[in-house]
Design a protein around this ligand. Structure first.
Ligand code: 5AD
Ligand code: SF4
Length: 470
C-alpha cells in the first residue's frame, strides 16, 4: 500500500474532533457530567491505545471512574493473545449485564484485539446483546464517530472490517501521572509466527514518521517523564515500510540526542531482525537503557521452524553473546512458550537448557494456547495439559533459581535507580527501577518519587531487590 493510503489525513482527524464536540455538547445540553470506566487488558501497546481512547473520552466531556455501576460508558480494551485473556473479558462482559439493567442508558464498548476477531464479534452479536459498540484496533481513531452513531441511532454498531490499518497522528492522550510513558513507534506485525493471533488483529506493519516520534519523546522529556518505552510488535523492523533507509538504530541515535535526564527503552524485539549495529548503538547512547527484551520462544530448532520464527538456537545465542560483549551489564529478558503442538519433552528441555545457558534476568513464560485462525491451531496437539504443566513447572523452577541468584549478586552494590512510585511493602514504601528495569523496593519517603538516586542494595529475592538511598 502507498504511504498516502496509510497515513490518516489531518482532515479526517479534524472530523473526529467534530464528533467529540457533538458528544460533549449533547451531554452539556442535558446538564450531565458523564463518567467513563475504561479497563485495559494485555500488553503495553494496549495500555498506550487505552490512553488514547481516554484522551478522546476526555475531549467528549467524560471524567473517569473505577465503578462500572455509576459509569455512563464502560469500555473494555481487550487482549486476544491467549484463551485465558479472552475468558476474563467474557466474564467481565457477563457481569456488565447487571449494571446495564440498572441503567439502560449505559453504553458498553468492546474494543482492542479480541473485538477484531470475527468469531468473537459473532458471539457478542448473538449472546451479549447489551454490548453497544464493537471495534478493532485499526478503527481506534474513529472511536468518536462510532460512538456518535450509537448515541444518534440508538442501534448497536460493529466496525470490525479486516483492515490493513492506518497511522493516526495528533490523537489526544491521557497519560498516567508519574515518570513512565509509552510511545508507539509502529503498529501491526508482518511475521505470522504460527501460534500468534496478533498479525490477524492488528494489521500490517506500519511505522510512524521519525519526526513525529522524536517530537513526542521530546515533549515527554520536557514534561518530566523519565522512563520512556518505545513500543512495537517488532521494533527492529521499524522503518522497513518507509523505504528511506532509516531504521530502528537510527531512531535510537536521534532520540538519544534529546537533552535531559531520562532513560529510553523498547519492546519487543524479534531476534531475526536484531543486528550487531543495534547493540553498538545501545552501548554508545547514554540515554538508551542497557536492557533487552528479546523473545526466543523455544530453544529447539525444529520447534522454531514450526513456529515460523526464522532464526535458530545458534543465531540467538550469537546475538546474546555479541550484545553482552559490548554491554557487559546488559539485563536480558525473554518470552517462552512451552507445549507448542507436537513439541516433545526432549524439545521442551532444549528450551530449559537454553534458559540455563543464557541466564536471563527474568522470563515471561507461557503454556501454548491455541488461537483459532492461526496455523498452529490446525496442528495435532497430542500432549496432555498436565504433561505440559510439568515441563512448564520445571522451567519455572530453573528460571526462579537463576533470577534469585542474579538478584543476590546485587547485594552490597550501589546502583542508580529511578523512583517510580509507592510499593505495597510497608517496610520498603517506595518502588524504583534500575536502568535494566529490575524492581528495587526502597526505604524513603514519597518526596523522592520521580528522582534518580544512588541506592545500596541490602537484600533480594526472586522477584525484587531491596535497598536504601546512600
Ligand atoms: N500461546 C501462548 N503464548 C503466546 N504468545 C503469543 N501467542 C501465544 C499463544 N498462542 C506469547 C509469546 C509472545 C508473548 C507476548 O505471548 O511468547 O512473545
Ligand atoms: Fe506475534 Fe510473532 Fe508478531 Fe510477536 S512477532 S506479534 S509473536 S506474530
Amino acid at each position: 500500500m502507498k504511504r498516502e493510503e496509510i497515513v490518516v489525513p489531518e482532515g479526517e482527524i479534524a472530523r473526529q474532533r467534530d464528533f467529540q464536540k457533538k458528544i460533549r455538547t449533547m451531554f452539556q445540553s442535558r446538564g450531565a457530567h458523564p463518567l467513563a470506566r475504561v479497563e485495559t487488558f494485555g500488553c503495553q501497546q494496549n495500555v498506550a491505545d487505552g490512553q488514547r481512547l481516554m484522551g478522546m473520552l476526555e475531549e467528549m466531556g467524560f471524567a473517569f471512574t473505577e465503578d462500572a455501576g455509576e459509569a455512563n460508558l464502560v469500555l473494555l480494551n481487550t487482549c486476544a493473545i491467549r484463551e485465558h485473556a479472552e475468558q476474563r473479558v467474557f466474564g467481565n462482559l457477563g457481569i456488565l449485564t447487571h449494571s446495564k439493567k440498572e441503567n439502560p442508558e449505559q453504553v458498553i464498548v468492546l474494543c482492542g484485539c479480541m473485538a477484531q476477531e470475527e468469531r468473537v464479534a459473532k458471539r457478542v452479536r448473538e449472546s451479549y446483546r447489551h454490548v453497544d459498540l464493537v471495534f478493532g484496533p485499526q478503527a481506534l481513531w474513529r472511536f468518536p464517530e462510532l460512538l456518535w452513531q450509537v448515541y444518534e441511532t440508538k442501534k448497536r454498531v460493529f466496525s470490525i472490517a479486516d483492515e490493513h490499518g492506518g497511522i493516526a497522528e495528533g490523537l489526544p492522550v491521557v497519560r498516567e501521572r508519574g515518570v513512565k510513558a509509552w510511545v508507539s513507534i509502529m503498529y501491526g506485525c508482518n511475521n505470522f509466527c504460527s501460534y500468534c493471533i496478533v498479525p490477524y488483529v492488528r494489521g500490517r506493519e506500519r511505522s510512524r514518521e521519525s519526526a513525529a516520534v522524536l517530537a513526542e519523546v521530546r515533549e515527554l522529556v520536557e514534561a518530566g517523564y523519565k522512563d520512556i518505552t518505545l513500543l512495537g510488535q517488532n521494533v527492529n523492523s521499524y522503518g522497513n515500510d518507509l523505504d528511506t533507509g532509516y531504521h530502528f538504530p537510527d531512531l535510537l541515535e536521534d532520540i538519544d540526542k534529546i537533552p535531559g535526564d531520562y532513560w529510553v527503552r523498547f519492546m519487543s524485539s524479534h531476534p531475526k531482525d536484531a543486528t550487531p549495529r543495534l547493540f553498538d548503538v545501545m552501548a554508545k547512547c547514554p540515554h538508551v537503557a542497557e536492557q533487552l527484551h528479546l523473545p526466543f520462544q523455544s530453544g529447539n530448532d525444529r520447534v522454531l521452524g514450526e513456529m515460523n520464527r526464522r532464526y535458530t538456537r545458534g543465531t540467538y545465542l550469537e546475538l546474546i553473546h555479541y550484545a553482552r560483549s559490548v554491554m557487559p551489564g546488559l539485563v536480558v529478558t525473554s518470552d517462552v512458550i512451552i507445549g507448542f503442538p507436537g513439541e516433545t519433552e526432549a524439545e521442551a528441555m532444549d528450551t530449559v537448557s537454553l534458559v540455563e545457558e543464557v541466564g536471563f534476568d527474568a522470563l515471561f513464560t507461557f503454556i501454548y494456547s491455541p488461537r483459532p485462525g492461526t496455523k498452529a491451531a490446525e496442528l495435532p496437539d497430542p500432549v496432555p495439559r498436565e504433561e505440559k504443566q510439568k515441563w512448564f513447572d520445571h522451567l519455572l523452577e530453573v528460571q526462579n533459581a537463576r533470577s534469585a541468584e542474579i538478584h543476590a549478586g546485587y547485594v552490597g552494590k550501589t546502583v542508580r535507580v529511578l523512583v517510580d512510585g509507592e510499593s505495597e511493602d510497608g517496610d520498603y514504601p517506595l518502588s524504583s527501577r534500575t536502568e535494566g528495569n529490575r524492581l528495587v523496593r526502597l526505604k524513603g519517603d514519597k518526596s523522592l518519587i520521580g528522582r534518580f538516586l544512588d541506592v545500596k542494595i541490602t537484600g533480594s529475592n526472586t522477584w525484587a531487590l531491596y535497598g536504601e538511598a546512600v
